[in-house]
Design a protein. Structure first.
Length: 121
């Protein structure tokens, strides 16, 4: 997985927009788009800001060196309320499936548990 793909994965998982990340990193939105598509390699200062924003390891974000986190936690999503939101979630889920598998492989995670959101725990 490339640096831009790791940034895109974390941005989607956290629900941040490219514009929000650009504001935090003092960049333009198009720069974040170029970083995510691996057309532009971000400076170390930007990577440090993003690693702090995502609470992940700078070495993982920049170079893919595990571990990304000291502990991995799942996330839950609120069910979409409109057909537009459903289509958006489908698109996001397709991106996440591809990038999440690469994330697991980079961090040498061979097994994980999927939690059934319908079960009360």
């Amino acid at each position: 997985m490339k640096t831009g793909e790791r940034i895109k994965l974390l941005r989607i998982l956290t629900g941040f927009t490219q514009t929000y990340i650009a504001d935090i990193a003092d960049q333009e939105q198009r720069n974040i788009s170029m970083i995510e598509s691996s057309r532009y390699r971000p400076a170390t200062k930007i990577l440090e800001i993003l690693a702090d924003l995502f609470s992940c390891s700078l070495n993982w974000l920049a170079y893919g060196e595990p571990p990304a986190y000291h502990q991995l936690w799942g996330y839950a999503e609120v069910p979409p309320k409109s057909i537009t939101q459903i289509h958006k979630m489908d698109k996001i889920n397709k991106i996440l499936q591809t990038l999440f598998v690469a994330f697991l492989m980079e961090n040498s995670i061979h097994s994980y548990y999927l939690i059934d959101k319908k079960r009360n725990m």
